[in-house]
Design a protein around this ligand. Structure first.
Ligand code: EPZ
Length: 419
């Protein structure tokens, strides 16, 4: 079991290149199943979840090839000969459920294992199922599988009771090949959905309204091949910029998309950071200053992203003042709290609200990662704690951050991976 050891006390300085977004490349890989020609995807991050998704596609019979440095993937869906996404793959990555919509739309059949919950919540898929049923799919859930059948899907009206990124993506993909027009109301507005729509349009889909809460899709007969470069990862960028603010340094995220990060950048400015934006470069300068505590309320985009909640909690742990953090999206996304308290943080939880009282110093200790973004918050805390922090179960980290210790070392952090 690999661990990461961080020695605190270094103010980070320098540039860090942001990779393609995990939460965009995963649905885009699934969308290749809709085409009848190969699709090339660029700016692909080297992540474990990407490997898992390519395994799911290969398991369906698709041809998957990588170029030498792995930053491009070509998926050839013409050899797809199965419509079953097996439990052993889906349980390791719930985003595999995103093959459901494309398989039903393209082949009229799909069997996808129920993804099951994870550390941050039960993560049901009822909204995915109801949305696809609105397009005419017949879906039963039995023996741990979602079994869907359809002739050709027909356009329909989908009005989500609550905003769901994955359910919006599944029905958006399915609607591209349905017969007729689909209107999706209360759609998720995340930048990763916009990127998916841009890729689908390049493949010949007829979509408008992505990025707003109403998306209209006019079904077409087929989707052809395309080349799409994945949008920059706003959560990875946010994570490194919070690291700059916490350590009192100055870091520039390059190859980034500031226009997808308004809520995060506003909170960093509120914490006292000087922020400079120049094209695809975002600079956060907090040299010689301690962050001020900032209140956080997570909510669907364009509000503050739940995937940045743990990272800002780490910053509030050493900030000046008291902050409240309300997690409104997932029912159990405070798993990092106990571990941060082992480092000396003062946090009180009441329901979905954590109250954080900033302390002058944290002290390094062995801690355990529980989920992807919790792992990141523990590394951030380790960067400012006295002495060594040893983080266990870092396989969570490798699912969503490309070579994080290499990128942080490049900014001067004392961090290393040990077996
Ligand atoms: C996506 O998950 C992201 N994952 C998550 O990022 C992110 O935290 C989340 O969106 C919210 O932004 C990917 O894109 C691969 P949801 P998703 O459906 O689609 C409930 C990370 O760290 N819900 O928007 O699963 C659900 O339980 C990951 O990169 C239902 O009740 O999120 C949650 O409470 C973590 N029924 C809320 O909706 C459903 O059918 C929002 O979930 C679907 C969701």
């Amino acid at each position: 079991m690999q661990k990461i050891e961080v020695t605190g006390g270094v103010a980070l300085e320098g540039d860090v290149r942001i990779s393609g977004a995990k939460n965009a490349v995963l649905p885009i890989l699934c969308a290749t199943l809709l085409a009848d020609e190969p699709v090339t995807i660029g700016n692909v991050p080297h992540l474990h979840d990407v490997v898992t998704t390519t395994r799911v596609l290969a398991g369906l019979g698709a041809g998957v090839t990588h170029d030498s440095d792995g930053s491009h993937i070509v998926v050839d869906p013409r050899s797809v000969d199965s419509h079953v996404a097996p439990y052993e793959l889906v349980r390791t990555m719930r985003a595999s459920v995103l093959v459901l919509g494309p398989l039903v739309a393209r082949y009229g059949a799909a069997e996808v294992s129920l993804p099951g919950g994870c550390a941050i919540g039960s993560r049901p898929v009822d909204l995915h199922i109801r949305a696809l049923e609105a397009l005419g799919a017949e879906i039963v859930v039995e023996h741990g599988f979602i079994k869907a059948n359809a002739g050709r899907l027909r356009g329909g009206n989908v009005a989500f009771d609550m905003v769901s990124v994955g359910a919006t993506e599944n029905v958006l993909m399915a609607a591209t090949l349905a017969h007729g027009t689909t209107v999706i109301d209360n759609a998720a507005r995340e930048p990763e959905i916009v990127d998916l729509a841009v890729c689908l349009r390049a493949m010949g889909a007829d979509i408008e309204g992505e990025g707003t809460s109403r998306i209209v899709v006019r079904g077409v007969e087929r989707l052809h091949g395309a080349h799409h470069d994945v949008v920059a990862d706003r959560i990875e960028a946010g994570t490194f910029l919070v690291a700059a603010a916490m350590t009192g340094g100055r870091v520039t995220a390059t190859n980034a998309r500031a226009d997808t990060m308004d809520a995060v950048l506003a909170k960093l400015a509120e914490a006292g950071a000087d922020i400079g934006i120049d094209g695809d470069r975002i600079c956060v300068d907090m040299r010689g200053r301690r962050p001020r505590a900032v209140d956080i309320i997570t909510a669907p985009h364009p509000a503050f992203p739940t995937d940045m909640q743990a990272q800002f909690m780490a910053m509030d742990c050493i900030a000046e003042g008291v902050a409240t953090i309300d997690e409104t999206i997932f029912e159990n996304r405070f798993m990092h709290v106990n571990e941060l308290m082992r480092l000396g943080a003062e946090i009180h939880i009441e329901g979905h609200r954590a109250t954080v009282t900033g302390v002058e110093r944290l002290s390094g200790a062995p801690v355990m990662a529980t989920d992807l973004r919790a792992s990141a918050s523990l590394i951030l805390a380790g960067l400012v704690a006295d002495g060594e922090t040893l983080i266990d179960r870092i396989y969570h980290l490798d699912r969503g951050y490309e070579h994080i210790e290499r990128k942080l070392s490049g900014l001067g952090a004392r961090i290393r991976r040990i077996d």
